[in-house]
Write a protein that binds this ligand. Structure first.
Ligand code: ZN
Length: 52
């Protein structure tokens, strides 16, 4: 079983056994958690408001 994740912005796969930046988005009563390969990707995703 692998422990890989996919970056929510650029789609890059990475090993999620280490710390990676995350962002949570509240959608009504649920919370969706996103994970990113780098702080730069998280910042760009947040700046784009997830709409790109
Ligand atoms: Zn990325």
């Amino acid at each position: 079983m692998t422990n890989s994740k996919t970056c929510a912005r650029c789609g890059e796969e990475f090993d999620a056994s280490e710390w990676y930046p995350t962002a949570a988005r509240h959608d009504g009563e649920s919370v969706e958690l996103f994970v990113f390969c780098s702080p730069e990707c998280r910042d760009a995703w947040e700046a784009a408001d997830g709409t790109d």
